[in-house]
Design a protein around this ligand. Structure first.
Ligand code: NI
Ligand code: MN
Length: 225
């Protein structure tokens, strides 16, 4: 059993009944956030990259919950310098945690701390937990190697940005779903700010027209995978 909750933007909770992971928890300053950072209780925080709309509230949550922050090496080092527990990894590497297996993948984007420091490469992440495998692409443009990600792990659920401007737009995200062939695709990183406005129903329709399955989650909505 794996419960997935959409916290808006690129923020998700994964829960298997024992462990809770918060991915890119960005609630404070996010006009679409359905809850506050203090409502989140997570033993693990996974960060795809260091931009403010992804690090978000992770430091406050990590300090309050004593969470383990999992990120690529440079960002994990920054987290440790700020006094939190972190587990450094890098793209292509997987590790078996208490909750299951986590592997970082490539993402084509940038990554810098709020002070402008280099935070390593941005990443996507493949998490196997509660018998299900979720691929959160992070912020990225479309790339052909997504085919390989879908070949190496059977992806039950793919979380794909559709907001354009900083990441894939709808048509590239639909192509990404064709590459990965997930059981279910869920759009993210849209409508948080005017510059990333997109119609998630258009994404859902186009994925289904090519024989795939997509679902648009409301802010705060949970599904069982
Ligand atoms: Ni970003
Ligand atoms: Mn972003």
């Amino acid at each position: 059993m794996l419960k997935l909750t959409y916290l808006s933007h690129s923020s998700f909770l994964l829960e298997d009944g024992t462990h809770t992971i918060a991915i890119d928890p960005f609630l404070t300053g996010n006009p679409t956030a359905p809850m506050k950072a203090e409502d989140i209780d997570a033993q693990f925080i996974v960060l795809t990259h260091a931009h403010g709309d992804h690090i978000g509230d992770s430091f406050d949550i990590a300090k309050r919950c004593d969470s383990l922050v999992i990120a690529v090496n440079e960002l994990a080092g920054y987290v440790a310098e700020k006094g939190m527990q972190s587990h450094p990894m890098h793209i292509g590497g997987a590790y078996n945690f208490d909750f299951g297996r986590l592997k970082f993948t490539i993402a084509h984007h940038g990554s810098a701390s709020p002070e402008g420091l280099y935070m390593g490469e941005p990443a996507g992440v493949v998490i196997t937990m509660g018998g299900k495998t979720v691929y959160h692409t992070g912020d990225t443009g479309l790339f052909l190697d997504m085919q390989l990600i879908g070949e190496r792990d059977r992806i039950d659920c793919m979380l794909a940005p559709i907001g354009d401007n900083f990441t894939m737009g709808i048509d590239d995200a639909v192509k990404a779903v064709e590459f990965v062939k997930p059981g279910l695709a869920i759009p993210m990183h849209y409508n948080t700010f005017p510059v990333i406005e997109a119609d998630p129903e258009e994404f859902r329709r186009k994925v289904s027209e090519q024989g795939g399955s997509a679902r648009v989650l409301a802010y705060g909505e949970s599904i069982e995978l």
